[in-house]
Write a protein that binds this ligand. Structure first.
Ligand code: ZN
Ligand code: ZN
Length: 127
């Protein structure tokens, strides 16, 4: 039983409903104000640009999204080699630290520490 452990952080954005005119009318993305010829175009744009419910790891440099930490790490080592100094500056100065990827990492670290403490307590209390 792990209540929240396997659930990814809830999506930051939800896809907006079609405008009153219907799904074949031009639609505006409420998040970036771009307009699209129909609801399907908006939906595709939304899933591409805003929806993050099933992508847990986001590249801090180019905002590419990956489902596994491993593929993100591989991408960064190939595409952004030697940029870790820049990464630290970005993390300090912008909202990028809010990306789901780093949230997930922190969460895992906290869980690990918690498990560690529980384990030590067990050892300190012999039956
Ligand atoms: Zn948009
Ligand atoms: Zn990247």
């Amino acid at each position: 039983m792990h209540p929240a452990a396997t659930t990814p952080p809830s999506a930051m954005y939800r896809i907006p409903p079609p405008t009153a005119g219907g799904i074949n009318e031009p639609q505006e993305c409420p998040y970036c104000r771009r307009t699209f010829s129909c609801y399907y175009s908006l939906k595709r744009h939304f899933q591409d640009k805003h929806e993050q419910s099933d992508t847990l790891f986001v590249c801090e440099f180019c905002n590419r999204r990956y489902r596994t930490k491993n593929s993100l790490t591989t991408h960064k080592s190939l595409q952004h080699r030697g940029s870790s100094g820049m990464l630290k500056r970005l993390l300090k100065t912008s909202a990028i630290k809010n990306v789901l990827g780093s949230m997930q990492q922190q969460h895992q670290q906290q869980q690990h520490q918690h498990q560690h403490q529980a384990h030590q307590q067990l050892q300190q209390q012999p039956q």
